[in-house]
Design a protein around this ligand. Structure first.
Ligand code: AMP
Length: 423
């Protein structure tokens, strides 16, 4: 995960993001924005709540900002199709927020209200049009909207669009788009109908899939304990005196750490085993079987080893070490909320892990309640927000940004202009 500055977005966009209070891209933003800036088509499997609107709005604004020209009457350059008027309205608001320091115009059109203001807005010209299918087709038929200049097309919530019976309208709209364009399709689920729509629509797309963070996270009761690093093992032994912690998965950052924790638990008289990459397949299987059968109460694992673990009835997840990737946190705690069951996740956070906790809380968009009344609670760590900053990940860009933009070639009245920023 990188920060926004590492995503190579234009300064006015970064300023607007800072105004919104965002500091870290969500996983879908992190994964989708770089290929979108490179002009790639994209298939995004993601639900609302993951930050997907910014994942497409930011690169679209960035592209349009490179050569901000006058908006053409009735001819948007970017079209976003959404199934409901609420969603369309929210998307338009997002474009306006993130584009507040840019000289770009956007509008939204949907049914159920007078078409006149929408027609007027279109005739004044907009760069970005957000629309629901029915009203868009009406206005297209009246010649009030023309799609021949569209360079970027987004089909949002494709599964819902089809469920709502918009398939014919959507196909008519797609048929009116120029062949040369960048296309993005987002869908929370991928039934065959959406896949075949995607197959016909997208050209060599990047596929980006994110866990529906919110839904998993919501089911798990989470708590954090601020504790000094050298007290973590004693704290764990103390917590496990509680018999209610019946089947617990404990995560450590390293293999050695996993071994040390398992050994310590043994010494405390707790049935525990470790599972990590240095163990043979047989030893791992034994540990897993023991955990499944209930013989082993505590299984200590690293993230990688835990990937294949699918055990029902895990009552607790304990993050002995916090992961530096917020997505790992979501995956870890999701182990205790299998098949609709709830569960509990307790995280130990030492001084150095404060920055990780901050990133996690941003990703899950909630703060994790602190066990303040626990004897091991370290007030000095709780009160220090932590200043440790992680180095932004180096990103391999696929060639030069401008060079990759196939859309740049034929924009009428715009081609040949020098790009605003060097690639
Ligand atoms: P969406 O999935 O696009 O509906 O976004 C869900 C919510 O997350 C919206 O309220 C956004 O304002 C918010 N959001 C989007 N990106 C970020 C981010 N990087 N950091 C914090 N909040 C965000």
């Amino acid at each position: 995960m990188t920060d926004f500055a590492g995503l190579e977005l234009a300064q006015p966009i970064l300023r607007a993001i800072a105004d919104e209070g965002y500091t870290t891209p969500t996983p879908i933003q992190d994964k989708a924005i770089p290929p979108l800036l490179d002009g790639r088509d994209l298939l995004g499997v993601a639900q609302t709540g993951t930050g997907k609107t910014a994942a497409f709005a930011l690169p679209i604004l960035d592209y349009l900002a490179e050569e901000p020209g006058k908006a053409l009457p009735n001819k948007p350059l970017a079209l976003i199709l959404a199934p409901t008027r609420e969603l369309a309205g929210q998307i338009n608001d997002s474009f306006r927020n993130y584009g507040r320091y840019l000289a770009l115009r956007s509008t939204v059109i949907f049914g159920g209200v007078s078409a006149r203001p929408q027609i007027q807005a279109m005739s004044r010209g907009v760069h970005v049009l957000v629309a629901t299918p029915g009203r868009l087709l009406d206005l297209m038929n009246q010649g009030r909207v023309r799609l021949d200049e569209v360079e970027i097309f987004v089909l949002d919530e494709a599964d819902r669009m089809l469920d709502m019976g918009f398939v014919r309208d959507v196909k008519k709209i797609i048929a009116a788009l120029p062949k040369e364009r960048q296309t993005l399709l987002f869908s929370a689920t991928m039934p065959k109908s959406v896949q075949s729509l995607a197959d016909g629509l997208l050209d060599d797309p990047v596929r980006v899939e994110v866990a529906p963070a919110a839904t998993t996270v919501e089911k798990v009761e989470q708590q954090v304990l601020f504790v000094a690093k050298d007290k973590k093992r004693a704290l764990l032994g103390e917590l496990l005196k509680d018999e209610d912690i019946a089947r617990v998965l404990i995560f450590t950052r390293t293999k050695h750490g996993a071994n040390r924790v398992a050994k310590h638990l043994h010494q405390c008289g707790i049935e525990a085993d470790a599972i990590h990459g240095n163990k043979t397949q047989n030893a791992r299987q034994r540990a897993l079987n023991g955990f499944r059968s209930g013989q082993v109460r505590a299984l200590v694992a690293t993230d990688i080893a835990a990937r294949g673990i699918d055990v029902d009835g895990v009552t607790h997840v304990i993050n002995f070490d916090l992961p530096n990737e917020p997505e790992s946190y979501v995956h870890r705690i999701g182990r205790t909320a299998r098949a609709g069951a709830g569960g509990m996740a307790i995280s130990f956070c030492d001084h150095e892990e404060r920055a990780y906790l901050r990133d996690i809380e941003k990703t899950i968009r909630q703060s994790v309640p602190v066990m303040e009344d626990h004897p091991y609670h370290a007030v000095e760590i709780a009160n220090d927000p932590g200043t440790a900053k992680r180095a932004p990940q180096q990103r391999q860009r696929q060639g030069q940004k401008q060079g990759q933009r196939r859309r740049n070639s034929g924009r009428s009245g715009r081609s040949g202009q020098a790009p605003r920023r060097a690639a």
